[in-house]
Design a protein around this ligand. Sequence first.
Ligand code: COA
Length: 469
Amino acid sequence: MNRDRHQETTEITKLILDAAAKARAEIGPIGKQPATGKAAKWPIECTIGPGLEGAIACESKVGYVNGSAGMLSYRGYDIFELCAYSTYEEVSFLLLHGYLPNSEELKAFEDKLTNYRHMNKTLRLLMSYPVEEMNAMAALRMGTIFMRQEFTSLDREEAKPKLDDAISADEDSIAMETKPSGERRAIYEFKKKKSRKRRKSDRDDASGLEACYHLIAGVPTITAAIARLRHGLMPYEPLNELSHAANIFYMMNGQRPTPIEERVLDVALILHADHGMNASTFASMVVASTMSDIYFSVGSGIAALNGPLHGGANERVIHTLHDIGSPENAAAWVKETLAKKEKVPGFGHRVYNTYDPRARILGPLAKFKCSGCSSDIQNLITTAERVELEVIEALSQDKNIFPNVDYYSGVVYTRLGIDPAMFTPLFAVSRVAGWTARVLEYIQKNRIFRPRALYTGQFNREFTKIDER
Ligand SMILES: CC(C)(COP(=O)(O)OP(=O)(O)OC[C@H]1O[C@@H](n2cnc3c(N)ncnc32)[C@H](O)[C@@H]1OP(=O)(O)O)[C@@H](O)C(=O)NCCC(=O)NCCS
């Protein structure tokens, strides 16, 4: 989708700008942000909670989340502006390269993605498995490994990463009861990247930019194929003339989207592209830090995203809304759920203690022109609105619980004709840009991730042989 296409969807642009204005009116102007541009002085002091909450593990220029200001930016550009004026292709380029592309650069990037959409070998391998019996995320993860087979030669002995550059500074060499020394020299596991042996072609590089492009373009093809194979249908061939979003829509639904459908999906993709050091991003980075490669990293991101506390929440939201059935049941359902101390899917966030800016856009997108929708969709939307009101009334004051990105994304996808089982894979389709951008950045100054656990177990237990127990 090029910028001209935005002219056919000015109502969506307006909806996004209105959401931005509402956010600023409710939260106030975004205050002074931390100074940037300087490298951090390690070691950094921070308060760490269980699950590494609050821990600072690395420096990054990829994206920034300010939970109390409800602010999200990619490479310094506000998410509302990116959604209003940009495209997913442009945003992926921005995340990977750190700057907005000019027209030629964007065209070259789009051509690469179009080229990499075609993955006959990967699809052949995928279709030789009973995908219809598998969890869609499991199939997607498997698909990324097939993509790796298509691309890499890193398994060849001579192409494997060399460990000669490693500085021996892992905490495992320090007795575990001592504190990490935090020496400056111990910050990076590897010296400044030495150029690896020249490779025959870009396609040999499973840890470089080409692999990132391959994954950004290829994960949608696998996702759409899974969506079809689950129903016993053959995958559609990608269409080169379509934008990234339009092609995904086409490959999943078998028909070209209207300009509005294309734009809505494009905005949803932009909104999910990156979000700080969330669990799946961290999982990808942990794998990359072992000097594995980007295909394995993305596979780990997919595995982490699958969980109901992370990407799996959007599918649960739709099932929950269907279970609630109608807006009249919302108040009683919320009351009962909270009384049982259960969590309402699609609400709450580890970082935001205000309204998630992504939900500020996805909410209005979900409701956009819903008067023309089927009665089922209208019922779904009004039920969602009522549940939101009830949860906000019950939990916003004391616990700062508001809708998160997953609350309305499922409704948006449902309106686009997408099956709930494919919501989380679609999240991965978008997030692959953030995963790869952060992995690429991290491995420039790699240090293997190795936190410690506080041992609270026993010592000096006397061993009894099995027949004496
Ligand atoms: C996202 C999430 C994992 C963040 O968790 P967290 O930062 O660890 O927050 P906690 O689980 O410690 O919750 C803090 C308090 O808010 C409550 N809370 C958090 N999310 C809630 C929700 N969705 N519904 C009801 N109460 C919620 C907790 O019960 C807890 O209350 P307490 O202090 O009385 O025990 C959590 O909000 C959640 O499970 N949400 C539902 C799943 C979801 O939508 N995930 C997608 C995230 S993008």
